[in-house]
Design a binder for this molecule. Structure first.
Ligand code: PEP
Length: 250
């Protein structure tokens, strides 16, 4: 059985004081991590402080990006080794906003995945198609291509432990969510792609999230689907009460 994983993606929102208040509000009110992994994806700037505040609780943390080198002359970048050193569990990579606004390629995402895993952190690798690709009926081949490129040269054991988020671009921040059937089908495409590359055992272990306008009112329906192991949630993760309500399905 795959453990569900609900991850908030705050994007570029909140001040330090707001991030701290959020952690205080949720940290003792989430379900046990034996039942669900509850993760906040925060701006890197707040992670050290949030990490101190969540000690001794089941709240887990994620960065929203990192570079693929551990150190050096890369002004403005964040080191995966430094994130690992703080004790942060996850790093989101390949979010469509990173791909679109910061021109990240599949090759960059593959390099980041390798560097993050080498530092003992779990990548949450995002994939997903544009509205144009969706309407052309090419979602499956698009997602298969992104996943194949992102996983290049990773071992079966590494892939078993990672998280992949299927996020149709047309459903992110638009209020227009994919139906639970579409989410299940395309999370299934992700799983089949992993099966083709690494075999059935690995494909049954890898966790696949759906993301795109997930809210407390629709999360249970997504979570009831066979191929959906969790959700990556933007807007509805910003408010503590709404974030906690996303976990009510447990
Ligand atoms: C996201 O940021 O990954 C996301 C899915 O955003 P939203 O839930 O707001 O659509």
């Amino acid at each position: 059985m795959r453990k569900p994983i609900i991850a908030g993606n705050w994007k570029m929102n909140k001040t330090l004081a707001e991030a701290q208040a959020f952690v205080e509000a949720v940290k003792n009110n989430i379900p046990s991590k034996e039942l669900v992994d509850t993760v906040i994806g925060s701006p890197a700037l707040f992670l050290a402080s949030m990490n101190e505040l969540r000690q001794g609780t089941d709240l887990q943390l994620s960065a929203q990006n990192s570079y693929f080198e551990n150190a050096g002359a890369f002004t403005g970048e964040t080191s995966p080794a430094a994130i690992a050193d703080l004790g942060i569990e996850y790093i989101i990579i390949g979010h469509s906003e990173r791909r679109e606004y910061f021109h990240e390629t599949d090759e960059d995402i593959n390099k980041k995945a390798k560097a993050i895993i080498a530092n003992g952190v779990t990548p949450i690798i995002c994939c997903g198609e544009s509205l144009e690709t969706f309407e052309a009926g090419k979602t499956a081949e698009w997602v298969e291509g992104q996943i194949t490129a992102a996983l290049k040269d990773l071992t079966a054991e590494q892939v078993s432990n990672l998280v992949i988020a299927y996020e149709p671009i047309w459903a992110i921040g638009t209020g227009k969510s994919a139906t639970a059937e579409i989410a299940d089908d395309t999370c299934g495409v992700v799983r089949t792609t992993v099966e083709k590359l690494y075999g059935k055992e690995v494909s049954e272990k890898v966790r696949v999230q759906y993301g795109g306008s997930v809210k407390p009112e629709n999360v249970a329906e997504y979570m009831s689907k066979e191929n959906v192991d969790g959700a990556l949630v933007g807007g509805a993760s910003l408010d503590a009460e709404s974030f906690l309500a996303l976990l009510d399905f447990v």
